[in-house]
Design a protein around this ligand. Structure first.
Ligand SMILES: Cc1cc2nc3c(=O)[nH]c(=O)nc-3n(C[C@H](O)[C@H](O)[C@H](O)COP(=O)(O)OP(=O)(O)OC[C@H]3O[C@@H](n4cnc5c(N)ncnc54)[C@H](O)[C@@H]3O)c2cc1C
Length: 454
């Protein structure tokens, strides 16, 4: 075997790749692992704090999640929290803010009331807020620019003392730092190594990068939107296409909100309604967004991925039919048009502010500006067999020693959960041991029911 041979190669140094690297190092008896990253640092794309909303999506205030989905994300979100507490990363990687979901108008008020009852079973710490209580804890959602209470019925549900926010780039850096400290393993990282080609010869994977060649017994591709691009090159995942949906933000000129404020989701729309969040990398100033705009490229602020987009979309009659079905709905048509206009200079702020005023009625154009350089791309998957746009994450486990992961939101929150799913597959395939007890002791939270918490 050559010096460049590894038991496992992880492609992509975003938070997903970094989390997998850490779990392989800490919880398995693998001997040689390697991470290959295209750029010169970790998490320069979607896992960067300026690209995403920095939210731990644990399912309590995300009104687009069903109770079943919420239970799933809660388990993996807790892993991130437990990891951060294990290494004392409070206020360095993980942060705590007040958070709430707002219901505005009688229909949404009823929705929040019912949801509060249902979701309190899973999240015993949830609190219900009347208009009066909201005026105290989050006054900006109640008072207009003249200091008068907004006329609509309004309530909220949320929490005060939970961890809500993560710097996912700092989290990625910590995963790698902690893996490099492990002494009895080879843990190599190669930056500026874009994977161009992966070939299986016999039972070995040959990975060609822009700089060198590597071989491995198992490969996991965590390359964001490029995961599907690389899968297609190898003939995998041909029933999927990738639709890159960019998200942009508007930055407040101060702390307009005390914490995170989410809104009730229109169930027909594929993405979360816009929200306001304290940006931990910009003095806690309130950042509003994200918007949702289909872009013909796989990386938001990098050049040269237009062709990759067209190849990964795999445009054909079925893709056309999926678009046609989506656009037949007037809610979706208007949503797509509006989100396009949110990017048009001159018009964008005026239109965006109308939506944002549902959260902060006093908001004026001087309070926010288009956040240049902020935002990323959600690699949404078009499922050609079922002819629909998939809303969550997707993973292609070929069963042949290579896995491809596509991770739109809440992929950063579920990085440790996705990684352990892959660790188990890798261990089985390579005959390695996974220390499940240590993993559960360190990262899995015991279930706490509502009865136990009172
Ligand atoms: C606007 C927006 C808001 C979001 N908000 C949230 C949020 O609040 N909470 C949350 O949990 N999630 C959020 N998400 C989703 C979250 O950002 C992603 O799920 C997560 O960052 C994905 O991490 P990743 O490591 O899989 O991919 P990425 O972060 O995209 O990393 C992929 C890595 O692979 C590398 N790479 C690509 N191609 C190659 C190649 N050929 N060879 C080698 N390396 C390669 C890239 O350089 C990159 O470093 C948001 C996303 C967007 C766009």
């Amino acid at each position: 075997m050559t010096q460049n041979h590894y038991d496992v190669i992880v492609v992509g140094g975003g938070v997903s790749g970094a989390a997998l690297f850490y779990e392989l190092g800490r919880y398995t008896d693998v001997k040689k692992i390697c991470l290959l990253e295209k750029y010169g640092s970790l998490s320069s794309l979607n896992s960067n704090g300026s690209a995403n909303s920095q939210t731990i999506h644990c399912g309590d205030i995300e009104t687009n999640y069903t109770l079943e989905k919420a239970a799933k994300v809660k388990r993996t979100a807790k892993m991130v929290e437990k990891y951060c507490l294990q290494y004392n990363y409070e206020d360095k990687v993980i942060f705590s803010h007040q958070k709430l979901a707002l219901g505005v108008g009688s229909e949404e008020v009823n929705f929040i009331k019912n949801r509060y009852k249902e979701f309190k079973t899973l999240y015993p710490y949830l609190e219900f807020y009347t208009k009066k209580q909201l005026a105290e804890i989050e006054p900006a959602v109640i008072f207009d620019k003249n200091g008068k209470e907004r006329p609509e019925d309004i309530v909220g549900m949320g929490a005060q003392n939970e961890f809500t926010t993560v710097d996912f780039k700092a989290l990625s850096d910590s995963f790698i730092d902690n893996t490099l400290k492990i002494e009895d393993k080879v843990t190599d990282i190669f930056f500026n190594n874009e994977v161009k080609e992966i070939q299986k010869i016999g039972s070995t994977y040959h990975v060609q990068t822009t700089m060198s060649q590597f071989t491995a017994d198992f490969v996991v591709v965590n390359a964001g939107a490029h995961s599907l691009f690389l899968a297609h090159k190898m003939g995998h995942g041909l029933d999927y296409g990738c639709l890159p949906v960019a998200g942009s933000f508007y930055m407040g000129n101060r702390k307009i909100l005390n914490g995170k404020v989410y809104m009730v989701q229109n169930p027909k729309l594929p993405f979360a309604a816009l929200h306001g969040d304290p940006d931990i990398l910009v003095n806690g100033f309130t950042r509003f967004g994200p918007t949702a705009l289909v872009l013909p490229k796989l990386e938001r602020f990098k050049s040269g991925t237009y062709l990759d987009f067209f190849k990964t979309l795999r445009f054909d009659f079925v893709v056309m039919k999926i678009f046609y079905d989506l656009f037949r709905d007037s809610d979706i048509r208007n949503y797509v048009l509006k989100n396009f206009l949110f990017e048009v200079p001159g018009l964008n702020k005026k239109l965006f502010i109308q939506d944002a005023r549902k959260i902060v009625p006093s908001l004026s154009e001087d309070d926010i500006s288009y956040a240049k350089g902020f935002g990323g791309v959600r690699p949404q998957i078009l499922d050609k067999i079922n002819q629909k746009l998939m809303l969550g994450e997707a993973s292609i486990d070929t069963g042949e020693g290579i896995i491809f992961n596509m991770t739109p939101s809440p992929g950063a929150t579920s990085c440790l959960g996705n990684a352990v799913r892959d660790v188990e597959v890798i261990c089985k395939h390579l005959g390695l041991n996974f220390d499940e007890k240590l993993f559960n002791d360190e990262l899995v939270e015991d279930e706490i029911t509502e009865e136990e918490s009172v």
